[in-house]
Design a protein around this ligand. Sequence first.
Ligand code: NAP
Length: 330
Amino acid sequence: MKAAFITETGPPGVIRHGDLPDPVPGPREVLVRVRACAINPIDTYIRSGVVAMSLPAPFIVGCDLAGDVVAVGADVAALRPGMRVWGSNQGLLGRQGTFAELAAVDERWLYPTPDGVADRDAAAAALVSITAHLGLVSHAALGAGETLFVNGGSGGVGTAVVQIARALGARVLATAGTEAKRAALLRLGAAAVFDYRRDDLVAAVRAAAPEGVNVYWETQREPAFDQAVAMLGDRGRMVVMAGRDARPPFPVGPFYVKGCSLHGFAMFKADCHEQAAAAADINRWLAAGKLRVPIDRVLPLAATAEGHALQEANTISRTGVLAGKIVVEP
Ligand SMILES: NC(=O)c1ccc[n+]([C@@H]2O[C@H](COP(=O)([O-])OP(=O)(O)OC[C@H]3O[C@@H](n4cnc5c(N)ncnc54)[C@H](OP(=O)(O)O)[C@@H]3O)[C@@H](O)[C@H]2O)c1
């Protein structure tokens, strides 16, 4: 089969496109013909070596996939050849990745793709929607009628946070870097979207939510705690999930006086049961048309290295080059 793989960590150019032996599914594994996969920032951190994990050799890059079942191991219970599936959390913690024509995946990490949802949309939604669900439901316990602010609403995670918060019945305030991206977030259901380059964000959010927001979701790798605590209302919850090297100052006084709480998590540490529970809700929202993660472009498997360079330019160098996920179709 064709695969995008590495034999050493390094810059995007270490990704090779070539032939590897077809994987053979173990007893609990499902052999998936991968129709679409999506690039996430974590793929680039693992490829570069910034996030060190034990890697199979050669290591096929990538976490997300969508496609159809070709064969199943003897102990697989729920999936059968011909079914359409999607999943995430591969290529992590010693598991092989997904950017290949075929992937052998433990059935506990796979979910049926709803009828009418394209493989590319299921792949684009995979990791970012599970992340948004874990953060909003399991960590911040966002309730219907509450107000959420997401800094970086136009990114992969941000667009999932906006739509899932809306599906949970919350009011959403967000930021984005261009007029077109702000308009897109309004179409996804945000009540107001501010310009993170020009607007006085604390004043704008205070005007839109005079009591303060209930949940502040930070997508940035250098969390702005002073800004967040100024925006939060009493008993507000803040979600942090980026910036491993960040050590920003923290306004202890106003934070505890308001009774706020801080919630950090890494999605890949959630176990398969937690992720499957999130996937069940995500499937309902995908099927109902309440969740559709924007796609910036679709690349062939041979262009995976180019996709990694674009993802790094967007997430690390903050060039704003992407307006949606990069999907790769093997
Ligand atoms: N902990 C976890 O489980 C987990 C899971 C997934 C991702 N992550 C991390 O979360 C971060 C975001 O991931 P992603 O996939 O959403 O990245 P992304 O798609 O590259 O999105 C980046 C976002 O940052 C915004 N942005 C850029 N400069 C900004 C600024 N100065 N102020 C406010 N917003 C700014 C961009 O806005 P414009 O495009 O409008 O300019 C865009 O919305 C990454 O660091 C990733 O590693 C963590």
